[in-house]
Design a protein around this ligand. Structure first.
Ligand code: PNS
Length: 166
């Protein structure tokens, strides 16, 4: 069984992430999309919201599992018997941090290999951060995130109930 972990914040999942998942799901028996529950970051979406959205938009991929993790990714990969970590690369600017992470993960878990997949050109400028900023300021993000994510962003930014202070 070739098991690969695709880790990230996924706050929220974008079409760039989904493209990497779809392409890598053809290369491995199982892909585990692993949402990092980062105690040091204040996300827009809760871990549960992120997991629900990811489950919804990957429903068509039978070999894709969705999970969250705390602590080190290298430990999580070991725990899930995954020998591969998948990361998407959009531009050279991503490379330095990704290179550092892959070497550190290899040091912490010598059985794990990081593989990088290049983003499709249409998604090269798409990031969760830029999607949140554009959406919060009223810009359209259709075509850049799945419809379910688009709807959730609209709910988050524009349909807040009185007293909601998320
Ligand atoms: O989507 P992101 O925010 O670029 O994903 C970053 C992520 C979650 C893959 C990275 O921060 C991570 O692996 N965090 C888990 C904690 C850990 O193992 N840190 C050391 C990495 S060398």
């Amino acid at each position: 069984m070739k098991i690969a972990v695709y880790p990230g914040s996924f706050d929220p999942i974008t079409n760039g992430h989904l493209d990497i998942v779809e392409r890598s799901s053809e290369m491995f028996d199982t892909i585990i999309i692993a949402v990092f529950a980062n105690p040091r970051k204040e996300p827009l979406l809760t871990v549960e919201e992120r997991l629900d959205l990811i489950r919804e938009v990957t429903r068509h991929l039978p070999n894709v599992q969705v999970d969250s993790f705390e602590g080190l990714l290298s430990d999580y990969a070991r725990q899930r018997s995954a020998k591969v970590i998948i990361r998407g690369l959009r531009a050279v600017s991503d490379f330095e941090y990704e290179f550092q992470m892959s070497l550190m993960n290899k040091k912490l878990n010598p059985n794990v290999e990081t593989i990088f997949m290049t983003s499709s050109s249409k998604n090269i400028y798409v990031s969760s951060t830029i999607i949140k900023e554009v959406s919060a300021l009223g810009g359209a993000v259709s075509g850049l995130v799945p419809r379910a994510v688009e709807n959730r962003l609209v709910e988050k930014f524009y349909h807040r109930k009185d007293g909601d202070n998320e």
